[in-house]
Design a protein around this ligand. Structure first.
Ligand code: UFG
Length: 327
């Protein structure tokens, strides 16, 4: 594994966003040079950390990408993508443009400037409906939403570029990213959150009247859906490990990132009530289309290749890292 990183300059595309800001923090703490490229559409300037350079730019702007890549960049972490599954089914054209065209622009700007390494934010959504759990990387790839398709489409393009000797890549297939840096250094919250824990937090802080739990008749112990919640700081660590690996070993790879532990929606609600010390207002609503009953990761390949092991395995501890920002 690469150890001396002080001369390694990393372009973090989408570095002002929720996961991107945590990746930025991890890179800086390990001594990498960091340049954030972000159009601030969902990211926030408040998430730009001391020590990181910033370029305001859009991944649809080839010239801006080219200019950024030509600044002695050694590697790219690409996290700038749209990620609302429901919206991707209503407006595939928006996802095609941002997640596919935008990512291809990045790959091409890398090739044009001789940038050889990319760590890519992929998703468990590439697998589609699980045929078995926990899911490993050998599970069939059959996305059931357009968002998941955009992720596998870029993985396949990176695979071709790698085969053709243009670059090497790490595709990190996140399960459910949650939490905030425990030291409270990242404070930007997502606007109009669509995911469970941010919505729960809006109910907890009175920004939202209630949580609707989508379905309580699933074939799970309490009838609500089970997911694998992985702390964002653990995700961030996987990015720097992946980068060090790529820059040493040159082998491209795709791995799952999750804890392997399943937590139901109701368990998330109960755990939050415990952490915040009060009851949450919620009700049960019909199932949401496209939700598998249970989704957990077999992340043993990430452990094997990268030596990655999540530090956060307790959901209450994870929830506390979010609640601490509110109090
Ligand atoms: N849920 C509710 N009520 C809400 C919001 C969510 O009950 O208001 C439930 C969902 O039905 C699901 C669970 O909470 O059972 C988690 O839902 P999220 O929307 O937070 O996350 P998903 O598991 O649907 O999707 C997440 C990411 C996707 C990624 C996917 C991969 O948001 O980008 O994990 O597993 F593709």
């Amino acid at each position: 594994m690469l150890t001396d990183v002080k001369n390694v300059r990393v372009l973090v595309v989408g570095g002002a966003g929720y996961i991107g800001s945590h990746v930025q923090k991890q890179l800086l703490e390990e001594g990498f040079q960091v340049v954030v490229f972000d159009n601030l559409s969902t990211g926030d300037k408040i998430n730009l950390l001391k020590g990181a350079a910033f370029i305001e730019g859009n991944i649809l702007d080839k010239q801006a990408l080219n200019d950024a890549m030509s600044q002695n960049i050694d590697a790219v972490v690409h996290l700038a993508a749209k990620k609302a599954v429901g919206e991707s089914m209503e407006h595939p054209e928006i996802y095609a443009e941002n997640n596919i065209t935008g990512a291809l622009n990045i790959l091409n700007a890398m090739v044009a400037n001789g940038v050889k390494h990319i760590v890519f934010s992929s998703s468990a959504a590439v697998y589609g409906m699980p045929e078995y759990i926990p899911l490993n990387e050998k599970h069939q790839i059959k996305p059931i939403n357009y968002y998941g398709y955009t992720k596998i489409c870029i993985e396949q393009n990176m695979d071709w570029y790698a085969k053709l000797g243009k670059l090497n890549y790490a595709a990190l297939r996140y399960f459910n990213a949650v939490g905030y840096a425990a030291d409270k250094s990242i404070t930007g919250r997502e606007r109009n959150p669509q995911n469970l824990l941010p919505i729960i937090m809006e109910v907890a802080t009175g920004k939202r009247e209630k949580l609707s739990i989508f379905g309580n008749d699933y074939d799970t112990p309490d009838g609500t859906c089970v997911r694998d919640y992985i702390h964002v700081s653990d995700l961030a660590t996987a990015h720097t490990l992946a980068l060090r690996y790529l820059m040493t070993d040159h082998q491209s790879f795709a791995v799952n990132l999750g804890t392997g532990n399943g937590t139901s929606v109701k368990e998330m609600v109960d755990a939050t009530e415990k952490v915040i010390g009060k009851k949450l207002n919620y009700d049960y609503a019909p199932r949401r289309a496209g939700d598998p009953a249970e989704l957990t990761a077999d992340a043993s390949l990430a452990r094997e290749i990268l030596g990655w092991k999540p530090r956060y395995t307790d959901v209450e501890e994870i929830i506390r890292t979010v609640w601490n920002l509110e109090i």
